[in-house]
Design a protein around this ligand. Structure first.
Ligand code: ATP
Length: 445
């Protein structure tokens, strides 16, 4: 087993044990490449999405929010190019019936030729030549399963933004340049095994489309590329684990004029988890053409009419959560004992603090409960009175909880508690009635 497998195995097992991520429908043997977020995972992902929303929508005058439906008019996907072009070359094994991406590194030989070997059943010559396979999930709208009613689960959230661009522009009284941001589910019938939540069939995207005047697109593209990297570093992700990858002309998607991926060095290598794309006027011009509705913009100042260019920042909420998890994971020795710790930035941590009575007597549980009830009104906190204090600290280290609050013998005398810092392991003595202020200050820093 390679060390990458080893780290991922440990992370997957921690994620399950502590309630971050579970396999979908596990009691039925699981559903491939679909995952559920448990009590800690849902908080982590929600914190990431909220951070994104705050910085993209609330902190800016020039971006509006949107929540478009997953189901859209089927013509949208003709206009976007997804019906014709959203395909991966796939090969089938005629023997075991498994299906693989044609570029699956586990395939030995050339698919379609007698030398090719199936990576699952090992049969030689059983792999078909690559065939294009559309990644969109199809379903039927209405009671009759007929061709006319075929619709798709959206494979990206961006199209919901383009088709609402005029609605948002007019209702919000924005002027170009301005953007529309959206967080929502997307679905792709991906054919690649492994790597936990990295590539899933149902996932969430955090996308922002910024509409600009043609000619200013190059400058806005650079601004957004730098801004997105800055945001990720602010999230506490180690800068040396982040890098840009500029798309070569061969890699550029059909809609893109210029594109950068932001990559993270996962235990299984460098991979993209966010893309910044200059989509030119491809999408708006296609929707204009397919819908027959004019989508151009009239600049009231100059009387110019033009179809805006779009700069897109497209991040996966699940992939960003995986980046945050991988980046936070550490094993270390503390006082001769091994500990596993998730060093989340406090603002992203699912639980902000845990409250412990040192022992379950002498008035400590009563005071601890009272503090816990008070803190709960402000933060997501946890109460734990089971096992030795060392074990309770360790359990919270594994959950990434930044502060451990212990009510001890002194607390019942002078109404102070100790607050242990997850990373420095230092303990501060804090007055119980100042705890909320103390945590607010620490969580902001
Ligand atoms: P990949 O090359 O990994 O399939 P992509 O280039 O198709 O990704 P985009 O279409 O640009 O990805 O989507 C933007 C973001 O959405 C990605 O950077 C990623 O974070 C997320 N994303 C895309 N597909 C998936 C998936 N199957 N599972 C989880 N996240 C995804």
């Amino acid at each position: 087993m390679s060390s990458a497998d080893n780290v991922m195995d440990k992370l997957v097992s921690l994620a399950k044990r502590r309630g971050f991520v579970f396999q979908s429908s596990e009691i039925y043997g699981g559903l491939g490449s679909v995952w559920d977020y448990g009590p800690l995972g849902v908080e982590l992902k929600k914190n990431i999405k909220e951070r994104w929303w705050r910085s993209m929508v609330h902190a800016r005058e020039d971006i509006e929010g949107l929540d478009a439906a997953i189901l859209m008019h089927p013509k949208v996907w003709e206009a976007s190019g997804h019906i014709a072009g959203f395909t991966d070359p796939l090969v089938d094994c005629k023997h075991c019936k498994n299906r693989f991406r044609a570029d699956d590194p586990r395939i030995k030989g050339t698919p379609g030729q007698p030398d090719a070997q199936c990576p699952v059943c090992g049969t030689k010559g059983s792999l078909t030549a690559p065939r294009q396979f559309n990644l969109m999930f199809k379903t039927f709208m209405g009671p009759v399963e007929e061709q006319a009613a075929v619709i798709f689960l959206r494979p990206e959230t961006a199209q919901g933004i383009y088709v609402n661009y005029l609605n948002v522009l007019q209702s919000s009284r924005q002027k170009i340049p301005f953007g529309i941001a959206q967080i929502g589910k997307a679905f792709r019938n991906e054919i690649t095994p492994g790597n936990f939540t990295f590539r899933t069939r149902e996932f969430e995207q955090m996308e922002m489309q910024f509409f600009v005047k043609p000619g200013t697109d190059g400058e806005w593209f650079e601004r957004w590329r730098d801004e997105r990297m800055r945001w990720l570093v602010e999230l506490g992700i180690r800068p040396e684990k982040l890098r840009f990858h500029q798309h070569t002309p061969q890699e550029l998607a059909h809609y893109a004029k210029e594109a950068y991926d932001i990559e993270y060095e996962f235990p299984f290598g460098w991979h993209e988890f966010e893309g910044i794309h200059n989509r030119s006027d491809f999408d708006l011009s296609r929707h204009q053409q397919f819908s027959g509705k004019k989508l151009d913009y009239l600049d009231a100042g100059t009387n110019e009419r033009y179809l805006p260019y779009v700069i897109e920042t497209s991040a996966g909420a699940d992939r960003t959560a995986l980046v945050v998890l991988c980046d936070a994971y550490a094993e270390e020795e503390v006082a001769g004992e091994k500990r596993v710790v998730l060093r989340f930035q406090p603002s992203l941590a699912p639980l902000k603090a845990a409250v412990f009575p040192l022992v379950n007597k002498d008035g400590m549980p009563e005071l601890a409960r009272r503090l816990y009830d008070g803190l709960r009104r402000h933060f997501n906190v946890f109460y734990d009175d089971g096992g030795s204090i060392g074990r309770r600290y360790r359990r919270q280290d594994e959950a990434g909880t930044p502060f451990g609050i212990t009510v001890d013998g002194q607390s019942t005398q002078d109404q102070t508690v100790t607050v242990r810092d997850r990373d420095t392991l230092k303990q501060d003595r804090v007055a119980a009635d100042r705890l909320v202020d103390y945590l607010v200050q620490k969580l902001a820093g």
